[in-house]
Design a binder for this molecule. Structure first.
Ligand code: 5GP
Ligand code: 5GP
Length: 229
């Protein structure tokens, strides 16, 4: 009798365990940050930058990445070494990636190393929702949909080296996208605070923008520079 009970117990455990793991792996993050960078602010720092092998990118925001995050501000990373970046799965997206997700790190590259880094560090943690092709396609779609430069210039905020209030920058992006962005600043070669990256939040099924459940840390000045590129 005892043996029967133990056997039944073991069998139910074996049956139930996989579904417990499946449930936890489909709830392994809460939302995404969609992060875009202003190339002028990547390049005018003390460190400088290198244009990609395909040439100087357009004077527009570029994608940095789509980052799964937890509501408590922490985030998973490098989730699956068995799914390396494979450019053959995104061959239809490469020309758009070169335009919209250019690399500015040195030495110059095609962009593959940047895309590989973003997929392996962040993308692999979103596979319960989107595969590699969807990860890049979704990011490209979000870039087009958010049109940050359009939102800013419509409000008279231009990449002309002048300073603008952080308030007006945030306000113009909120007015245009409907959602409050997080602005990250860095410093130009002379130490001035400038508009570096814009964070918007995306729901965990990657279907659209949401208000951010939590913002990253860091501070800009009340007035920040918007350098040219
Ligand atoms: P940094 O320390 O320069 O802000 O960030 C370095 C890298 O850490 C980022 O490019 C990104 O890959 C990762 N990272 C920084 N903050 C966050 C965050 O709040 N969420 C996620 N998912 N990744 C982050
Ligand atoms: P993260 O900060 O997302 O963890 O890492 C960014 C990595 O991608 C760094 O190793 C950085 O050198 C590389 N990288 C290549 N191109 C770019 C670029 O245009 N912008 C940024 N932020 N990182 C880039």
């Amino acid at each position: 009798m005892k043996l029967l009970q133990v056997t039944v117990c073991l069998i139910s455990l074996i049956l139930v365990l996989p579904s417990v793991f499946a449930a936890s792996s489909s709830e392994d993050f809460d939302f995404f940050y969609f992060v875009q960078q202003w190339p002028g602010s990547y390049c005018d720092t003390q460190k400088s930058c290198c244009y990609p092998t395909s040439g100087k990118p357009a004077a527009d925001f570029g994608i940095h990445g789509l980052w799964p995050n937890y509501k408590d501000g922490t985030y998973p990373s490098n989730c699956d070494a068995t799914k390396p970046f494979d450019s053959s799965t995104i061959s239809d997206l490469i020309s758009s990636m070169k335009r919209n997700w250019p690399t500015l790190a040195c030495p110059s590259g095609s962009g593959e190393a940047f895309w590989e880094h973003e997929w392996e560090k962040h993308g692999t943690c979103s596979q319960s929702v989107i595969n590699q092709h969807e990860y890049f396609q979704t990011s490209l779609g979000l870039k087009q949909k958010t049109n940050l430069l359009g939102a800013l210039t419509k409000a008279g905020i231009n990449p002309d080296g002048n300073s603008y209030s952080l308030e007006s920058i945030r306000g113009s992006i909120k007015a245009s996208t409907g959602f409050t962005p997080w602005i990250e600043c860095n410093r130009d070669g002379s130490g001035n605070s400038q508009l570096y990256q814009v964070y918007l939040c995306v729901d965990r099924s990657a279907s659209g923008l949401i208000e951010c459940p939590v913002f990253p840390h860091g501070k800009c000045g009340a007035q920040i520079e918007f350098p040219s590129f």
